[in-house]
Design a binder for this molecule. Structure first.
Ligand code: SME
Length: 160
């Protein structure tokens, strides 16, 4: 099933376009994406703090709280500042299995003023769940999300 990412982008703007609380923006961003993207079992934000990722707003089962930079899919995407789409997490050396049901994963670094301040992590119980089109769509939603956070005028160094 495909997702109309442009429509979700407009929903995002309508839902949180004039909100100034970064926590409220973030939890609604996560809730909207979790609702609109089918066949996933976890979606959330890990925030970069002192060279490690710390669990932020998410939907799904309780997850690991601390991920060192460079470890797992999330830590690797944060360290390289590049999105990572993993068709089979069992084949990814160093994958951190928070939920053994997860089979494929998409991680997009959230970047403001050239600095990674968090990552968005999406897990699916299906192998190869995420296509190139999904990756592009989610990357665009992340850019909208970052713009909404920046438009609050607050520093992302103190992001939630
Ligand atoms: N699988 C991730 C860890 C986070 S959980 O999936 C929620 C990783 O390897 O970084």
């Amino acid at each position: 099933m495909t997702v109309d990412y442009e429509l979700v982008g407009r929903q995002l703007d309508a839902l949180i376009g004039d909100e100034s609380d970064m926590l409220a923006i973030s939890v609604n961003f996560v809730a909207l994406l979790y609702t609109e993207i089918p066949d996933i079992n976890w979606l959330g934000i890990y925030v970069l703090r002192n060279d490690e990722l710390v669990l932020g707003p998410f939907q799904g089962l309780p997850a690991c709280v601390h991920i060192p930079l460079g470890r797992g899919v999330c830590g690797t995407a944060a360290e390289t500042a590049q999105p990572l789409r993993v068709d089979d997490v069992h084949a990814f050396a160093g994958h951190i299995a928070c939920d053994p049901a997860s089979r494929s994963e998409l991680v997009v670094p959230l970047i403001s003023r050239g600095r990674v301040f968090a990552v968005l992590d999406i897990d699916s119980p299906d192998a190869s769940r995420f296509s190139g089109e999904d990756q592009e769509g989610v990357e665009e939603l992340c850019r909208i999300f970052v713009r909404l956070l920046e438009s609050t005028g607050q520093s992302l160094d103190e992001f939630i």
